[in-house]
Design a protein around this ligand. Structure first.
Ligand code: TEU
Length: 527
């Protein structure tokens, strides 16, 4: 695969640094912990990592509230530590993507503090969306709802009689939205991108990439949006035409580097709209959200598969397949829980790694970790605090060792991890699964190695397209143009495999050679 298009079939491992490995013994994971475990990541066989935000932040939204875009938060380390991580990752052939958050910042950003101080009508306030309300000081300027729940507006100076302005925050009140109509914001983000790309960061995952521009005049939304889907269900707060100019600009900037830096968008829209962000002069890739959100549902998989394929044919960019990330319920639980959930999660992993396009795996997916019901007192997610669901259950620290201590090798024995690791997770640990031929970890390593081999030998091609089919026997089949078929048995009966050579299955076949329920396989047609 040429260096210029490596991402088209890449597998990227999402590291949630807070919960990966803690070397500083404060109960929160850090860059040093990640450096110590880089061999583990490299041995999985992935092509790179994406780190959720490590920039300086008060951590109200676990780092998605950035107060200084050009520094590393002391919780995770410092710039030298990041440089060392980059060098060590590159030495292992791993690329490193960081997370950039352009839709909003932190109230602790000096630019926002200056805007509060400068008062209504000031150029400082024009960097954000400050407004007086036509409805008076006690009613927000419009009816928009924040993604985390409650109004999308907060008073700049609550209680002040002279400053009655509100500011817009699509997420928590600690995350004011930038005003992208102001060219100073555009300029600021150019500098941020250059800062990281100059340090040899290989690319950026772009947070809420479709959110940057809002409908001019910020009018009321005709339908009052629901809380959880606040952003997706409020077309006035997202997916405005002007946003595409930003990505055209960023793509040019990314192409100035050698090798070009990668732009991957979190564009949580339906495939037809999301595809417009990966037109040839915009981002390289988007996550396949239409697929990532689904349960164990054959009809829905095929429908999303069709629509994503359609999107690819329009934009020329392959999907970034994913079923998990730090915001979504872990698939072991989402697909039914228990042993069945584990079987299905393994099937999904094999299916994902067989689909044409790039794949994003979330740390812990390789271990088959389930969602955890975190006790109310320990929940840290601001979404939960504002009346939404808690995403904490997908963010539990990784269990590394079987040890009976609560930390399971994530942090020093005796230190309390920032979210509690459930009792019994030693059984899911890396130490336990390592070398066990029947473990999720072994399956993941095997599937990744085989995928690499099949791409290397030309059996699979980065230019493959996929044709999706829901068969009467309940199975889902994605047929790649190269002749490999991915089959997932989603019904309740074993199904006959397509003719050809079985390359991989997520579980043993039945004695008569059928694919049992809740199992996925890759089959190469004989030519
Ligand atoms: O998420 C954006 C987003 O809108 C969703 O993923 C949302 O959290 C989910 O739909 C709720 O059901 C990104 C980050 O991934 C998330 O962790 C941040 O909280 C959010 O942006 C704000 O920066």
């Amino acid at each position: 695969m040429s260096a210029a298009t490596w991402w088209r079939s890449a597998v990227i491992y999402e590291v949630y640094p807070r919960s990966f490995a803690d070397a500083s013994s404060d109960g929160v994971g850090d860059l040093s912990g990640l450096r110590q475990r880089l061999d583990y990541v490299a041995a999985l066989g992935v092509d790179g990592v994406w780190l959720t935000p490590i920039q300086r932040s008060p951590q109200v939204d676990q780092g998605y509230d950035i107060s200084d875009y050009r520094d590393v938060d002391p919780l995770f380390g410092d710039l030298d530590e990041l440089d060392a991580l980059l060098a060590e990752a590159h030495a292992r052939g791993l690329r490193v993507l960081l997370d950039i958050v352009p839709n909003h910042t932190s109230t602790q950003n000096p630019a926002f503090q200056a805007a509060l101080d400068a008062g209504p009508g000031s150029p400082e306030r024009d960097l954000f969306h400050f407004r007086d309300s036509p409805h008076g000081p006690n009613v927000p300027p419009n009816n928009w709802v924040s993604v985390f729940g409650g109004p999308a507006w907060h008073r700049a100076n609550p209680g002040s009689t002279t400053d009655q302005q509100w500011y817009l925050h699509l997420f928590s009140p600690a995350q004011p939205d930038w005003n992208w109509d102001n060219p100073a914001v555009t300029e600021h983000f150019d500098q941020i991108l250059r800062f990281w790309f100059d340090r040899s960061v290989d690319g950026m995952r772009i947070d809420v990439a479709h959110g940057l521009f809002k409908a001019p005049g910020l009018p009321d939304s005709p339908a009052v949006p629901t809380v959880i889907d606040g952003l997706r269900s409020n077309p006035l707060a997202m997916d405005q035409e002007a946003v595409h100019e930003v990505y055209r600009r960023w793509r040019k900037l990314a192409e100035e580097y050698d090798p070009p830096r990668l732009l991957v968008g979190e564009v949580n829209l339906e495939p037809d709209r999301a595809a417009r962000y990966t037109r040839p002069d915009e981002m390289h890739q988007c996550f396949a959200f239409a697929f990532a959100r689904l349960g164990w549902d054959a009809a829905a998989w095929v429908d999303a598969g069709h629509r994503l394929e359609q999107g690819r044919s329009e934009s020329g960019a392959e999907p970034g397949w994913a079923v998990e990330n730090h915001d979504l319920v872990r698939v072991v639980s989402r697909y039914g829980g228990g042993d069945r959930g584990v079987r299905r999660a393994r099937a999904a992993l094999v299916a994902l790694l067989g689909l044409p396009g790039a794949v994003y795996l979330y740390q812990g997916q390789e271990l088959g970790l389930p969602e955890v019901d975190v006790s109310l007192a320990k929940r840290a997610d601001p979404m939960w605090a504002s009346g939404g669901v808690s995403r904490d259950g997908a963010r539990i620290p990784l269990p590394w060792t079987v040890s009976t201590s609560g930390a399971h090798g994530f942090t020093t024995d005796g230190v309390e991890p920032w979210l509690p690791v459930p009792e019994g997770w030693g059984e899911l640990s890396v130490e336990r699964q390592n070398g066990d031929p029947s473990s999720s970890l072994t399956l993941t390593r095997h599937a990744l190695a085989l995928r690499k081999e099949l791409y290397g030998s030309g059996v699979l091609s980065a230019h493959d397209k996929g044709a999706w089919e829901h068969r009467p026997d309940g199975s889902v089949v994605c047929s790649r143009t190269s002749g490999v078929q991915v089959m997932v048995a989603m019904g309740d009966q074993p199904v006959a495999l397509p003719d050809g050579e079985l390359l991989l299955a997520s579980a043993p076949l039945t004695t008569d050679g059928h694919l049992p329920p809740d199992t996925a396989a890759w089959v190469r047609s004989r030519d």
